[in-house]
Ligand binder design. Structure first.
Ligand code: NAD
Length: 491
């Protein structure tokens, strides 16, 4: 295949992490395997950062903070833009690493790189928004507010879009004047380390540190580290709760969380069915990441009047998705990231059958010989799902879509809101008034009307309820990396 020749070169040096501008192994010498999920083979070993490594990274970041914060915000923005350019230039390399490390299709991963670069440029362009304020007061008094960075920030990211999160999540904190420790997920550390090669040339030592490791050892050490005052996690709800608890045991920290979802798509009977079917498939993120996306609209509420026709077309459309080996440029859907994720997904499929839902598409490994190995699962659709079933309530984080039927408007809203999550939602109808009234009632942070899945630069993304704290991808994200300092002057 066209990409395979590049792999040995790309893996070189990935046994080290970036701390204080230098590549180093963990002090303990311990490492962590990372796997190719399409081959079920070990791919590489990256360092397992323990407390002493986190301590080195925090010291380097704190040291670098002294001068980084003093740079003009536009100078910091230029460096973030330079990294975005490097990502674009080497998009194929990042995409190859993500494909072999995560199982996501290589073409989609190229798209992730370009999207991340655009987000980085967006935040670089917002540098001017770090301005302060003058607040009116009595004559003779001057009330000024400055916005200042926190210092050392930790960003902990998940496995589903490795380079996308690694790249776009560092932009806001760095532009705001913080220094950073980035920890990629243990399943997918390679592309973040690759990014470190370019970051090392662009940023002063210690401004961006990239350490590898797992949650229990490395993540915990980061969260508890006294020098780290600001933490941002993208991950599961349980991890979010752990991060809040562990941080609180150590001290008071500012934490934002982007967590999971079990998101509804509500389809009214007046829609153009072909468009809504396409949106249901795209919204489920079968393509791109095999349903492993927080924003996936994995609960599809179809109005009884259109249910049968919609479902028939949906099954047809899902069967047309091209599953392939992650490095196949034509693949639209690859494999799940790990054995755990595969077993979890297959477990939910079995559970769905036991709970009495009707399996109408997929449900197993694709038939072809090339998928005999690897964590491949067909696009799977259950019909006749009820909200009492666990497949309707719990985040599967795999390619499993639950279809529910509705007739009564108030009831469908209640059912949509009846889970603990509240990340995204999609509403399909030609009646915009009805759509807006529905949006008002849905407990979700990011809603599409006649759409799904897409994110838009500058539009705040984040969750209600258990789906998180804080908003990203917008000016709110940038401002969450500065604290205000009020200075009141008697003139
Ligand atoms: P995860 O919570 O298992 O891991 C996420 C990261 O947290 C990893 O880097 C992991 O090492 C780290 N971690 C784990 N335990 C930790 C601890 N105790 N302290 C500090 N760090 C710790 O999540 P995952 O399985 O990698 O990703 C899937 C989850 O992420 C899903 O629930 C998904 O919905 C969510 N997610 C949310 C968003 C969003 O924007 N809301 C985006 C992508 C993924």
């Amino acid at each position: 295949m066209q990409y395979e020749a590049k792999i040995p070169g790309l893996l070189q040096g990935k046994d080290r992490m970036l701390i204080g501008g230098e590549w180093s192994k963990s002090l303990s010498g311990r490492s962590l395997p990372t796997y190719d999920p399409a081959r079920e083979e070990k791919l590489w070993e990256v360092p397992l950062a323990l407390e002493e490594d986190v301590d080195r990274a925090a010291a380097a970041a704190q040291n670098a903070f002294r001068s980084w914060r003093k740079l003009d915000p536009f100078e910091r923005a230029q460096k973030v833009t330079a990294l975005a350019n490097a990502l674009r230039q080497h998009a194929e390399d990042f995409a190859i690493l993500d494909a072999i490390d995560s199982g996501n299709p290589v073409t989609a991963m190229k798209g992730d790189v370009l999207m991340a670069a655009a987000i980085m440029e967006y935040f670089a362009g917002l540098a001017g928004e770090l301005r302060g304020e003058v607040v009116p007061g009595k004559p003779g008094m001057l009330h000024t507010v400055f916005r200042e960075p926190y210092g050392v920030v930790a960003r902990i990211i998940p496995f589903n879009h490795p380079i996308f999160f690694a790249a776009c999540k560092i932009a806001a904190p760095l532009v705001a004047g913080n220094t950073l420790i980035l920890k990629p997920a243990e399943q997918t550390p390679l592309s973040a380390l690759e990014m470190g090669k370019y970051a090392q040339e662009i940023f002063p030592p210690g401004v961006l540190n990239i350490i590898t490791g797992d949650g229990p050892a490395t993540g915990t050490a980061l969260v508890k580290h006294p020098k780290i005052k600001r933490i941002s996690l993208t991950g599961g709800v349980e991890t979010g709760r752990n991060v809040l608890r562990l941080a609180a045991e150590q001290s008071i920290k500012y934490i934002t969380l982007e967590l999971g979802g079990k998101n509804p798509m509500i389809v009214f009977p007046d829609v153009e069915i072909s468009k809504a079917v396409e949106s249901a498939v795209v919204g489920m993120n079968f393509h791109w990441c095999q349903g492993q996306s927080c924003g996936s609209t994995s609960r599809l509420f179809l109005h009884r009047k259109i249910h049968d026709e919609f479902l028939e077309r949906l099954i047809q459309r899902a069967a047309g998705i091209k599953i392939g080996l992650p490095l196949d440029p034509a693949a639209e859907m690859g494999c799940l990231v790990s054995k755990d994720q595969y077993e979890k997904t297959m477990g939910y499929i079995e559970l769905g059958k036991k709970e009495g839902a009707m399996l109408v598409a997929g449900g197993s490994r694709p038939k072809s010989e090339i998928f005999a190995k690897g964590y491949f699962v067909e696009p799977t659709i259950f019909d006749r799902v009820e909200m009492s079933m666990r497949i309707a309530r719990e985040e599967i984080f795999g390619p499993v879509l639950s279809v529910l039927t509705w007739e009564d408007y108030e009831e469908v809203i209640d059912r949509a809101n009846s889970v603990d999550y509240g990340l995204t939602a999609s509403i399909w109808t030609r009646d915009l008034g009805l759509a807006y009234r529905t949006a008002e009632q849905l407990e979700a942070g990011y809603i599409w009307i006649n759409g799904s899945s897409r994110h838009f630069l500058g539009v705040p993304f984040g969750g209600y309820k258990q789906s998180g704290i804080g908003r990203e991808e917008s000016v709110e994200e940038l401002l969450s990396y500065v604290q205000s300092k009020a200075v009141n002057t008697a003139l």
